[in-house]
Structure formats: structure tokens, C-alpha cells
Write a protein that binds this ligand. Structure first.
Ligand SMILES: *C/C=C(C)/C=C/C=C(C)/C=C/C1=C(C)CCCC1(C)C
Length: 241
């Protein structure tokens, strides 16, 4: 019980200007709630959608666990938990790529398409990590951020105009609208991350997003994208029984 209460003593509301701490806390709770929702709804869906819903739940659950640690790391060190952040992403972003594949599987998506997306997302994240945590001076962040951005752009291209798009179009109906919705999340929702990156690293862009806190931006992005993605898939499962 004491341990339990001491956790609440860490709630950043104690310092009501700690937006980073606050969004880590709220983010953690939101991810937990979303996981419970996805897992508990699983059995009410048609068999063919259960894996997709399971993956939605795994994405938010993995994030919830990492948010738990990131929240504590932030409270203790008052610095960005960059390592936990990228471990979280390297697990959850490929799972989001798997969601695209699972949705389009009935329309003929191959695992090749899935692995291509996964590889691109790994390149995007590893290079982002290098710019954020390893090569943090000089042109480092800008250069690695650019490579990361190119990989991101290829993902956007693939799902909006490449093979994935063709498969979604051939499937039509609810699958096509779910695919289109996920595409919007990747184009608009994922674009939040490079903004956070530019707010938190040094480069020619320093100052543009001055005053914005990198972790707040990342936390908002995660909540929108991870829970939003899951809900799109949930909606598809409900609509096409
Ligand atoms: C749940 C976590 C998600 C959806 C994370 C997505 C992360 C990105 C799309 C990150 C992209 C980046 C760039 C495009 C350039 C700068 C470096 C990154 C890694 C922040």
C-alpha cells in the first residue's frame, strides 16, 4: 500500500509546470486503458480479425510498460529517456507495419510487403536514434534526421501509392477505408515525430520549434498514433463481421 501511494506522490501534478512528467503519466494510463479495451474485446470479433486486434493491444501494452519506466526515468533524472523511447518504438512501429499487412492479407498482401515496411521503419528509427543519442553535435542530428526522414518518406509513398495501395483498392469497402485511414495516420500523425526531433536536437532548424518540449511532442504523437491505429482496426473488425 505504501509503495502504491508513493507512486502517486510521483504524479507530476505536484509540480504543475512539469508537462513532460504529466504527459508520461497520462500517456501510461491511456495506453493501459486502451490495452484492456483491445484485449477484452478480442473474443467478440470474427476469427479473421482477432490477430489484428491482438496486435493493436500489444502495441498499446508495450507502450504502457515503456511509459511506466520512462515516467520514472524522467522523475529521477529530469532528462529524456531516449533509450527506452527508441526501444519502445523499435518494437511497436514494426507491429504497426504488421497491421497494414494483416488488413491486406485477404486481398493478397505478401510477407515481402510486410518485411519491406518493417526494414524501412527500422532504418528510420535506428538513424533517428543515432542523431538523437550518438552523433549529437555538428551536422550529426540534421544528417541522420534526413536519412531517417527519407526512410519515412518511402514508407509514406509505399502505402499511399505503392503495392499496398493497389491491394487496398482491389479489396475495396471497409478494408479500403481502414487502409486510407491508417495512411492518414502515417502521413499526418507520424509527422509529429520529426517535429519533436527538431525541437530536441541541435541543427540548422534550432529555434524553429524553440520552447516546445521534445518529450511532450513525442508523448502526444504516441497517444494519437498508437491508440488511433488500434481504433481504426477495431472499427474495421466491427464493420465487416
Ligand atoms: C508508436 C510510435 C511511433 C508511431 C513512432 C514513430 C516514429 C517516427 C515516425 C519517427 C520519425 C523520425 C523522423 C522521420 C526523422 C527524425 C527522427 C525520427 C526517428 C523522430
Amino acid at each position: 500500500m505504501e509503495k502504491f501511494l508513493s507512486l502517486f506522490a510521483m504524479v507530476p501534478a505536484v509540480d504543475n509546470s512539469d508537462y513532460v512528467g504529466f504527459t508520461f503519466f497520462v500517456g501510461c494510463m491511456a495506453m493501459m486503458a486502451a490495452s484492456a479495451f483491445f484485449f477484452l474485446s478480442m473474443n467478440s470479433h470474427d476469427n479473421k480479425w482477432r490477430t489484428s486486434i491482438l496486435v493493436s493491444g500489444l502495441i498499446t501494452f508495450i507502450a504502457a510498460v515503456h511509459y511506466w519506466y520512462m515516467r520514472e526515468y524522467w522523475i529521477t533524472n529530469q532528462t529524456s529517456p531516449t533509450f527506452f523511447r527508441y526501444v519502445d518504438w523499435i518494437l511497436t512501429v514494426p507491429l504497426m507495419c504488421v497491421e497494414f499487412y494483416l488488413i491486406l492479407k485477404a486481398a493478397g498482401a505478401t510477407t515481402k510487403l510486410m518485411w519491406r515496411m518493417i526494414m524501412l521503419s527500422v532504418v528510420m528509427l535506428v538513424t533517428g536514434y543515432l542523431g538523437e543519442a550518438v552523433y549529437t553535435t555538428g551536422v550529426g542530428p540534421a544528417a541522420w534526421g534526413l536519412i531517417s526522414g527519407i526512410a519515412y518518406f518511402v514508407i509514406v509513398y509505399d502505402i499511399w501509392m505503392g503495392e499496398a495501395k493497389k491491394l487496398a483498392t482491389s479489396a475495396g469497402g471497409a478494408t479500403l477505408s481502414a487502409h486510407n485511414m491508417l495512411c492518414k495516420f502515417v502521413l499526418i500523425g507520424w509527422a509529429i515525430y520529426p517535429i519533436g526531433y527538431m525541437a530536441g536536437t541541435e541543427g540548422w532548424y534550432s529555434g524553429i520549434f524553440g520552447g516546445l518540449e521534445m518529450d511532450v511532442i513525442y508523448n502526444v504523437g504516441d497517444a494519437i498514433n498508437k491508440i488511433g491505429f488500434g481504433l481504426v482496426v477495431y472499427n474495421l473488425a466491427v464493420q465487416s463481421k
